[in-house]
Ligand binder design. Structure first.
Ligand SMILES: [Zn+2]
Length: 254
């Protein structure tokens, strides 16, 4: 699919418009339309989180009865110790997708995550939210490798990568494949990066969770600990158990 989209995009953005404009100048609106379509075909799967058009994005996992996976992005941040205490009190293991630059600054917080039995994976070096989607291949590779290198200093060899804000351009999948890494999206999110209303986040997430859901939340916002606690309690009340699935159990169904 990815190769088909890119081949079409290259043909449609260069060859077809030139061919039409040289041989049939009055057909310029068609050339313009083809050009716009070629751009849209690349931009849509790039900007749309969890789109599978450019390659597999893991959006759920093969679950036993009522199992869900809690993933927490953007750490390690100052609230990590409180968050770890809260997860311990709730009896929950999670996966932290961390930023390399913060790992370099606060490796002791990552060691604390690992020491409490959680797993830690790659969420890019500097988390360029507004630019990751349009980075050239060298910079994409740098974002991934630099974060992996930071994690190796705390004895973690990441196998999973979550793109900043879920956007991945056509370079990301081949770069990850060469490193034996898999891109992970999510099944359910609660937009907990914004606001301070715990109940609103709980109401967004909990009704949409099913067995095998990947729930994405964040840390480092003022209400993150309360937010994670509220969502976990509500899901536990519905009978869900939290697990960290092996990468082999991940799949692309939603
Ligand atoms: Zn993030």
């Amino acid at each position: 699919m990815r190769r088909l989209i890119l081949a079409f995009a290259i043909c449609a953005s260069v060859i077809v418009p030139i061919f039409l404009l040289v041989l049939f100048p009055p057909w310029w609106p068609i050339a313009l339309g083809v050009l716009a379509l070629s751009h849209a075909l690349v931009l849509w799967p790039t900007l749309r989180p969890n789109s599978q058009w450019l390659g597999p994005v893991m959006t759920s996992f093969e679950a036993g009865a009522n199992e869900v996976w809690l993933t927490i992005d953007d750490g390690p941040t100052d609230d990590t110790p409180d968050l770890l205490d809260a997860l311990d009190a709730l009896g929950v293991k999670a996966t932290f997708f961390v930023k390399g630059v913060l790992v370099e600054q606060r490796p002791e917080l990552v060691r604390a995550m690992l020491g409490r039995g959680h797993t830690v994976e790659n969420h890019s070096q500097s988390h360029p939210s507004g630019a990751f989607w349009c980075l050239p291949p060298g910079k994409v590779a740098w974002q991934i490798d630099r974060c992996s290198n930071a994690l190796e200093t705390v004895s973690v060899r990441p196998r999973l990568f979550r793109a900043p804000v879920g956007m991945k351009n056509p370079f990301v999948h081949p770069i990850l494949a060469r490193r034996g890494m898999t891109i992970v999206g999510w099944s359910v999110r609660g937009f907990d990066s914004f606001g301070d209303n715990v109940q609103r986040v709980v109401d967004r997430i909990v009704p949409r969770v099913t067995a095998g859901s990947i729930v994405v939340m964040h840390q480092g916002r003022g209400f993150s600990v309360a937010c994670v606690t509220g969502v976990v309690r509500a899901l536990q009340a519905k009978g869900y158990a939290f697990v960290v699935p092996a990468p082999e159990r991940l799949n692309t169904k939603r």
